[in-house]
Design a binder for this molecule. Structure first.
Ligand SMILES: [Zn+2]
Length: 220
């Protein structure tokens, strides 16, 4: 991997950000082209503790930022990435999950049961979040999935440990695989995109790269 990609430069910016330096300029830059200047697309969790432009040292106009709960590569994420590459010329993707993510703290079945008014689920979700969980006592077919991370749920906002880091890494790899194996996303030839995955530590401000391919074994 060349050391002068936008992603590599963003990792250098991240070290400075974690050390307390302001690496994003928050001001209107004037007229700019529609194509992201650094040819980067970032997929990141919506978590309030992540300021994506700040932690990567990106400036206005540098990158597409695609965010949702978990930074999950859903069908809609793929839709945005395909448009980002083929119409707007990005060629690097950075996928960012993070420590203490809320997606580690529930399962799809539990949230659906709670929303449908199941008393036990409602009680568990209330205890887990510290917020009175109000079920709606009704069913819905959508969203079809919440994409809670695979593995046994843990307490909300639990500190990082080997187990939850592996759960996070597993979902990063799942997202990277979904991008790299999509038939409309080229990964070889001169139009190829590169995809790299990271876990951001919300306590230190540091990004850590996830190996790919990597272990996809049992994570309980
Ligand atoms: Zn999150």
């Amino acid at each position: 991997m060349s050391r002068d990609t936008t992603t590599d430069q963003s990792l250098e910016h991240n070290l400075r950000y974690a050390a307390g330096e302001a690496v994003h300029e928050a001001r209107h830059p004037g007229k700019q082209p529609i194509q992201p200047g650094r040819r980067l697309a970032v997929v990141a969790c919506m978590d309030a503790r992540l300021d994506v432009e700040d932690l990567l040292g990106l400036q206005t106009g540098d990158a597409h930022i695609i965010r949702n709960a978990g930074g999950v590569v859903t069908e809609d994420t793929l839709r945005s990435l395909i448009i980002s590459h083929h119409l707007l010329n990005t060629n690097e993707v950075a996928l960012i999950h993070h420590t203490r993510c809320g997606m580690l703290a529930f399962t799809d079945d539990l949230l659906k049961a709670g929303l449908e008014g199941d008393a036990a689920a409602t009680k568990m979700l209330g205890q887990a979040t510290g917020r009175a969980f109000k079920g709606l006592d009704t069913c819905s077919a959508t969203p079809s999935a919440f994409y809670a991370f695979r593995g046994t749920p843990e307490a909300l906002d639990a500190p990082r440990d080997d187990h939850n880091m592996e759960r996070l890494a597993w979902d990063v790899r799942r997202g990277m695989s979904a991008i790299l194996n999509h038939p409309w996303i080229p990964t070889s030839g001169e139009d190829a995109i590169t995809v790299r995955g990271f876990i951001y530590d919300v306590d230190t401000g540091r990004l850590e790269e996830v190996s790919y391919p990597g272990d996809t074994g049992s994570i309980g």
